[in-house]
Design a binder for this molecule. Structure first.
Ligand code: BV8
Ligand code: ZN
Length: 248
């Protein structure tokens, strides 16, 4: 995998690097992407289930979907893309990892201080009293899972139509607008406000590149597009940077 010289030089000279990841980073761990083939559940699109409007009329279906995803995530492991981002962080003075993913794989790979824009799949709480409650409690045929207060249990993720945590989003925007290099990895660039981050970085003068086997909607507006799977491209990028450093 050839890394563009322009990206390598900007990375080698960078004081601050910010990375935004999407579902594509976890694809090689076996976690289906939202818009890929495996994204549908019993014929439903994720954006139809991952919202208050999807949960209210059919909490059993939505709880079953999240229990299924939590079981899957427990069985998968971080892939070379996650591990490469841990190595990259050690090569730059200031590194910020922002993720749209809720699977917790960056944390399991050892990335510290991950800015999780859309929350955490493995956390769950009561939709009424907000106390922590176990979404995996009881058998599937006893759904819906309820809190001791009687409220329905929901996953600890940000649904479509719900606001992101203000402090997390502000920290992500701060990182995007103060970095020298911004990498957008494994995201289709369709979900806002996360999808606005690469454009904000570029407007603030950063060199912006994406890593994706398919060009995202953001691709035409970026400085470089590395066409390939994150599990191949990111390790190659880190190796090239380490070599560049050794000969500098
Ligand atoms: C908000 C948690 C405002 C849940 C997620 C109309 C009506 C209502 C809202 C809107 C609307 N129009 C726009 C909106 C805003 C909406 C939005 O953007 N909708 C989109 C669909 C148009 N956004 C919101 O609602 C956000 N909130 O705006 O609030 C507000 C303000 C104040 C008060 C109240 C409200 C909330 C958005 C968060 C939604 N939650 N996740 C859950 O997971 O169950 S988003 C969900 O989608 C995942 O987090 C996932 O990450 C994301 C999809 O994006 P990607 O990560 O990019 O994944 P995707 O599958 O799309 O793409 C994968 C990419 O990987 C592809 O490009 C593929 O080529 C690539 N790939 C594949 N293999 C690999 C690879 N890349 C590298 N390597 C590989 N091997
Ligand atoms: Zn409750």
């Amino acid at each position: 995998m050839l890394i563009p010289d322009a990206l390598l030089h900007r990375l080698a000279a960078a004081r601050a690097v910010a990375v935004l990841t999407g579902a594509g980073v976890s694809a090689e761990s076996g976690v289906p992407t939202s818009r890929g083939a495996g994204g549908f559940y019993e014929g439903h699109r994720p954006e139809d289930l991952a919202s208050p409007e999807g949960f209210r009329p059919d909490p059993v279906l939505v709880q079953r979907w999240y229990r299924h995803r939590r079981r899957l995530v427990r069985e998968v492991a971080p892939n070379p893309a996650h591990h490469a981002l841990v190595r990259l962080a050690a090569l730059v003075p200031r590194f910020t990892l922002v993720t749209q993913n809720v699977d917790g794989l960056h944390e399991r790979a050892g990335s510290p201080h991950v800015l999780r824009l859309h929350g955490a799949l493995m956390e769950s709480r009561c939709a009424t009293c907000a106390r922590s409650a176990d979404l995996d409690a009881g058998p599937d045929d006893a759904l819906p899972v309820r809190c001791t207060c009687g409220g329905l249990v929901r996953p600890g993720v940000v649904w479509f139509g719900e606001a992101l945590l203000v402090d997390v989003l502000e920290a992500a925007e701060q990182a995007a607008t103060t970095c020298d290099v911004f990498l957008s990895v494994g995201t289709s660039g369709l979900v806002y406000p996360a999808a606005a981050l690469p454009g904000m970085a570029r407007a603030a003068g950063a060199f912006v590149a994406e890593v994706n086997p398919e060009p995202s909607v953001l691709a035409p507006h970026l400085d470089a597009v590395l066409a390939g799977p994150a599990g191949v491209v990111l390790p190659a990028l880190v190796a090239a940077l380490e070599t560049h450093r050794a000969h500098a």
